[in-house]
Write a protein that binds this ligand. Structure first.
Ligand code: PPE
Length: 305
């Protein structure tokens, strides 16, 4: 990981190497934290954070689900994110805000602990490799099911959820694949461990709904909007894994993953085994929007200067 200078912790900047927590931090033991992943891109008007307010809204929504009270206002965190990018003098970066039950009491009841908030930012290139972005990645349908909302809340970005994602990721890597695809308890396609999933079939874009356990992804929403701008129809619908195998194209979306084509799933080649034409169009449009080259969605860019 590439270090930067300063990390925002509870309203103050501390040096990167001093941004530490106590070993008995509640969130470390019990997964009682909520977080976001945000990207800032370089534009001709300087660095711009992509859909910052939407990400911070989702951070507070995640906190609400786990009954955590973040001791700041949404607006304060929005400003703090911009300030963090500014003081670190970064043109492009990944931003990781986290709110966690801190140090005070052990035991499952988190309520006696402070809620601490931190924001770090650092350079993070492509999530699944430069080649993955151009040619597509190879995926394994996971033997781990996506968490079900009767166990853990898949629509909230709670760190506890990510044990499920980590298991799926490790399995896929150990089996020689690049990434996992998780099915839910009903055997329907849900999402990747850190990405939403789309297929293209007969020129129609299809993606699982929230009720399939898929995060309300901000990149997903952006792609649906960009597709609509270009007259491409999107339907949110349950998908079976055979529909993935028989898709003309498939791709992941996510802040970290951006728009990553999928070229193979469990040994089946998707389409012609490379980035499909609709995927390519949406991907290139997405990069133009985030870098301010396509000016159709100015409301999505928050300039840091
Ligand atoms: N599903 C999950 C489970 C998920 O974690 C993410 C983001 C998405 C879908 C896509 O959501 P959005 O970023 O709003 O388009 N995953 C974050 C963490 C990835 C990581 O490895 O860490 C991210 O992309 O920042």
């Amino acid at each position: 990981m590439i270090k930067t200078e300063l990390v925002w912790m509870n309203g103050k900047f501390v040096r990167w190497d001093e941004a530490k927590v106590h070993i008995l931090t509640h969130g470390l033991h019990y997964g009682t934290s909520v977080f976001e992943g945000i990207r800032c891109y370089g534009t001709e008007d300087g660095p711009a954070v992509f859909r910052l307010k939407d990400h911070i809204k989702r951070l507070f929504d995640s906190a609400k689900v786990i009954m955590m009270k973040i001791p700041f206002k949404e607006k304060e965190i929005v400003e703090a994110v911009k300030e963090t990018v500014r003081v670190n003098n970064l043109r492009e970066c990944y931003i990781r805000p986290i709110a966690y039950y801190g140090y005070g009491n052990m035991g499952l009841n988190p309520m006696g602990n402070p809620v601490d908030v931190a924001i770090a930012c650092y350079p993070w290139g492509t999530y699944l490799g430069e080649e993955g972005l151009r040619k597509g990645v190879r995926c394994k349908i996971s033997s781990w099911s996506r968490i079900d909302s009767r166990m853990l809340p898949p629509l909230a970005k709670v760190t506890a959820n990510y044990a499920n994602s980590v298991l799926a990721k490790l399995e896929a890597l150990n089996c020689g694949y690049d990434e996992a695809i998780l099915l839910n308890f009903n055997g329907r396609v849900s999402e990747g461990p850190g990405e939403n999933i789309f297929i293209v079939k007969n020129r129609v874009l299809m993606t699982p709904p929230a009720s399939a356990g898929a995060l309300l992804g901000i990149t997903k929403d952006s792609i649906v909007t960009i597709a609509k701008d270009r007259g491409i129809l999107t339907v949110e619908t349950d998908l079976l894994k055979e529909q993935l195998f028989l898709a003309d194209e498939a791709f992941f979306t996510g802040t970290a993953a951006e728009v990553t084509p999928i070229r193979e799933i469990d040994g089946r080649t998707i389409g012609d085994g490379s980035r499909g034409p609709i995927t390519e169009k949406l991907q290139s449009e997405f990069f133009k929007v985030v870098r301010g080259e396509n000016k159709k969605h100015p409301e999505w860019l928050d300039f840091v200067r």
